[in-house]
Design a binder for this molecule. Sequence first.
Ligand SMILES: Cc1cc2nc3c(=O)[nH]c(=O)nc-3n(C[C@H](O)[C@H](O)[C@H](O)COP(=O)(O)O)c2cc1C
Length: 187
Amino acid sequence: MKKNLGSTLALYPTPAVVIGTMIEEKVNWVLVGHIGIIGHDLVMISLHKSHHTNKGILETGQLSVNVIDENMLQRADYVGIVSGTKVDKSEVFAYQPGEARAPIIDDSPLVMECEVLDNYQTETFDNFICKINNTYADTDILNEKGNVDYSKLKPVLFEMPGYNYLRTGDVIGKCTTLGKEYKNELK
Ligand SMILES: Cc1cc2nc3c(=O)[nH]c(=O)nc-3n(C[C@H](O)[C@H](O)[C@H](O)COP(=O)(O)O)c2cc1C
């Protein structure tokens, strides 16, 4: 039996990421769980219009999407509870400027440097549609083919309404293989 929960956002867990942007020559960090994939080269970052971060993104058109691991979690949570309008968060993470000058966190194992192409605005949110220009990965999370190995990188996940952080789990199947096996069973 199912209970209808009404209009409930139920697409969790999502990766928790730290978005970095420059605001008047100073870096600001924010934690975001509402991030999405569009096609094969775009991502969407959903940010409440009241956030300090939006000012920098709107001014520069540049941002970084820093995947977080458990070593970064406490600092990532901190940048999700205080606003750059009130507190200087620039010292929380050491960083280097990327090729397009977006701030790339040294401790993040995987960072996308993005340029904003569009903003799908709702009443209270800026939903930034971003093109990925560069991706910086620690070499120790790469496999022999040079791709990110998600058995080595363990991105922190986020869920609501529990408001918890989760760990990624085990590999439980190979994409397309399971479907092919099922297809063969139907024959
Ligand atoms: C786990 C977690 C996830 C969050 N996800 C989002 C999000 O997806 N979008 C958003 O606008 N704010 C999100 N926030 C809230 C912002 O991170 C928070 O309000 C932050 O202080 C805003 O910082 P700023 O004003 O310096 O930009 C999240 C906070 C936490 C703790």
